[in-house]
Design a binder for this molecule. Sequence first.
Ligand code: ADP
Ligand code: MG
Length: 243
Amino acid sequence: MVTTATTPRRRPLVAKGETPTTAMLELRDIHHSYELGAGTLPILHGVDLRVDRGEVVAIVGRSGSGKSTLLHLAGGLNAPDRGDVLLDGTSLSSMGARGRAIARRQRIGFVFQAFHLLPGLDVIENVAMPLLLNGESRQRAKERARPLLIAVGLDRRADHLPSELSGGELQRAAIARALVADPALVLADEPTGNLDSATAEDIIHLLVSRVRDAGVAMLLVTHDPSIAARADRVLTMADGQLA
Ligand code: ADP
Ligand code: MG
């Protein structure tokens, strides 16, 4: 059973004449290519995007259009050739690799299609991992992980290994892990890509409602229009740009 509470989505209210609040994520004129043996493969040609607190933005587009590339750049896993990524108003490129790694650990939650749980750790340890990496004690980290496990309906799987879970359960664990450190931004790359459609519906409902409840900004990449329809806005990646 997945237990979720739904609340109306929050948007920053900006009075007339007031400056809008800083976006949680802002992409400014992002360009990116890959260097191949045979030459350069251009992928992104000037992507601009703002995602506010409590807002869910979906990016759709065909395979190979650059959606994952954009998500990696947004999360500071990679640096763009040109342009800038701002997290809560701070430029990632001004942070350096170490600063970006800290920002990722403390402020960003990732949910990937392939879950990426550590096979040797049980479910609660996997969920607690971001807190352990942030220097919390093992006991405290598990205490904080527990309510997240309950929220995603996995409390009774806490001491199971990932190999003992179904695909939907693995993805729920990955969602709990992405949210455990109270991130400001969640980046989800095809989070339902490995799930059957009923489970996918369940997972996306869980993810979107948890993110909205926590007032977190989310960028959600999917090729599935029915999944994208759960977002506040849907943008299409085509020819290296978002429309
Ligand atoms: P999407 O997520 O929309 O399917 P990607 O961002 O993964 O697209 O990939 C965009 C294009 O860049 C694809 O043609 C892919 O083959 C290529 N690509 C992705 N990652 C790399 C890489 N590390 N090196 C070279 N080419 C890459
Ligand atoms: Mg992809």
